[in-house]
Design a protein around this ligand. Structure first.
Ligand SMILES: *[C@@H]1O[C@H](CO)[C@@H](O)[C@H](O)[C@H]1NC(C)=O
Ligand SMILES: *[C@@H]1O[C@H](CO)[C@@H](O)[C@H](O)[C@H]1NC(C)=O
Ligand SMILES: *[C@@H]1O[C@H](CO)[C@@H](O)[C@H](O)[C@H]1NC(C)=O
Ligand SMILES: *[C@@H]1O[C@H](CO)[C@@H](O)[C@H](O)[C@H]1NC(C)=O
Ligand SMILES: [Fe+2]
Length: 472
């Protein structure tokens, strides 16, 4: 009874306490707004009737400016967004400092203190350490949705695929149907399953979640991945079309689901259809949102079309308008390399150079920053490979990319997203001057074909490789 009420009304002070998740504030309004923001984050949806995340956060701050978990929520969403760098953005830096100071001046629960520490270390670039602290919370508070979702997203950035799956598994039994948003936890679990190649189970769990709530855009997204990984193009297209009405208003994920939809068209070689989705659903939304996931998708989609030899018109220059301001961010290597794709696409040599030199400089002294510590042997060679490929030095691109390909998972993102790196390697090898490297291209294509049988794109590339070979 109390749970079904909780699903309709928002949690007040007492309700959080009853759920074992004490919030240190006396303001019921602050608690309700905390719940409203958390729900919107967990479901990837700004709910207009609640005012959207941004409005809720400013009302939350007004309801109780001293509410530490309110600061945790606001700062956490900024940091997890990966669009603002604590190094360059003093406003964000001082917000984190203020949160830590506030927490020290108050009696808080252990759980709340751990949340503060997790964000403090996240802000310093210690992403694995932040995950350890969230895990510590989850061991005693398995229904702490904020800790669960923050760690889920951070494991994703770290490329810690098994941790992303097992972290949810460890708390799974506590998410009984009466706990609000429990079906969404099935969705998180299903994504961990797909990223650890357990496709059939992933699909089953995602369908269970969708049977409970069909507007769950993340569970839809899992199924999009399963179809992508199995090259089930027609099934994938049908599923996206049939479910579009359910997820298109999940504004924080819709653009990414459209990106997956467009990938099926690229796979089929139907470039116009892919560009139509891009122009209609990806580009305009991305421009408005400024969300990093949307920007990265924009870059990745155009780059895949570019590898296929599709003419892209002014699209690269338009994209440069939003990526350029992130040149010196260096928050995630995954983001950096995607911004770089747009600089190269727009042939902006100066910005390309600026991204590389600022990254090289930071990589010399990464201190405690996990991502920067990966820059010398992963991030920089990866970026350099794109540059060499664009300069026509295909052999050089292969030399840079081939030795690190099995380690690239550490730059994070999903298998489907990182596939653009595999495609770059194949295209570079195919166009190499050396026969050894052209042979490598054929080998890589055999590998791809066995893993993802009946992929139309692989078949096109195999035909191309055969043609290149017979010409040589
Ligand atoms: C928005 O929030 C209201 C109030 O909690 C809820 O009734 C409604 O279902 C939500 N809408 C969406 C699309 O989540
Ligand atoms: C917040 O805390 C400060 C310092 O303890 C106190 O002076 C101030 O009155 C508090 N503000 C509210 C709105 O509770
Ligand atoms: C699905 O979840 C959303 C977001 O919490 C909620 O607004 C909606 O009412 C739920 N629908 C069902 C059928 O439970
Ligand atoms: C995506 O590309 C389109 C142009 O094709 C552009 O209008 C839009 O601004 C881009 N969006 C982002 C976020 O880069
Ligand atoms: Fe995805």
């Amino acid at each position: 009874e109390s749970a079904s009420r909780a699903r309709l009304c928002l949690f007040v002070v007492q309700a959080w306490q009853d759920a074992g998740l004490v919030l240190s504030t006396s303001s019921n309004e602050a608690c309700k707004l905390f719940d409203a923001v958390l729900t919107q984050y967990a479901t990837w949806t700004n709910n207009e009737s609640l005012g959207g995340i941004e409005e809720c956060l400013s009302k939350l701050k007004a309801a109780d400016p001293n509410f530490t978990m309110g600061h945790v929520l606001a700062n956490g969403l900024e940091l997890i967004g990966t669009g603002r760098s604590v190094r360059l953005d003093r406003e964000l830096g001082s917000a984190v400092t203020a949160m830590v100071a506030l927490s020290k001046a108050q009696p808080l629960t252990e759980r709340e203190r751990l949340h503060v520490s997790a964000l403090d270390v996240f802000a310093r670039g210690q992403l694995p350490k932040a995950c350890e602290l969230w895990e510590q919370i989850l061991q005693s508070h398995p229904t702490d949705l904020l800790a669960l979702k923050f760690s889920h997203d951070t494991y994703f950035y770290l490329g810690y695929q098994r941790q992303m799956r097992d972290s949810v598994a460890r708390v799974y039994p506590f998410w009984t149907p009466d706990v609000p948003l429990s079906s969404y936890v099935k969705g998180y679990y299903s994504f961990g399953l797909v990223e650890t190649n357990l496709y059939d189970r992933a699909e089953k769990v995602a369908h269970e979640a969708l049977a409970i709530n069909q507007t769950d855009a993340w569970s839809v997204h899992t199924i999009a991945h399963v179809n992508e990984m199995k090259a089930e193009v027609e099934k994938g297209l049908k599923f996206m079309k049939e479910t579009e009405k359910n997820w298109k208003s999940s504004d924080m994920l819709a653009c990414h689901n459209y990106w997956h939809w467009a990938l099926y068209y690229i796979e089929k070689g139907e470039y116009e259809a892919a560009l139509t989705i891009y122009d209609k659903h990806i580009a305009p939304v991305c421009l408005a949102s400024g969300s990093i996931l949307d920007i990265v998708d924009n870059c990745s989609m155009l780059y895949r079309l570019h590898l296929e030899g599709v003419k892209l018109g002014d699209r690269w220059n338009d994209l440069l308008g939003v990526t350029k301001k992130h040149t010196k961010d260096h928050i995630l290597l995954f983001n950096d390399v995607h911004y770089l794709m747009s600089f190269l696409g727009a042939k902006d040599h100066k910005t390309t150079e600026e991204l590389l030199t600022t990254l090289q400089e930071l990589a010399r002294a990464p201190h405690e920053d996990h991502q920067l510590s990966l820059a010398p042997h992963l991030g920089l060679p990866l970026c350099q490979a794109f540059v060499e490929f664009e300069n026509g030095n295909c052999d050089k691109a292969v030399d840079l990319l081939y030795p690190i390909r099995y380690e690239l998972v550490q730059v994070g993102g999903s298998d489907a997203q990182r596939d653009v790196f595999s495609l770059l390697l194949i295209h570079a090898a195919l166009n190499s001057k050396s026969e050894t490297k052209r042979n490598l291209a054929r080998c890589l294509l055999h590998e791809r074909d066995l893993l993802r049988p009946k992929s139309p794109m692989t078949e096109r590339l195999i035909r191309k490789a055969a043609a290149v070979h017979s010409m040589a």
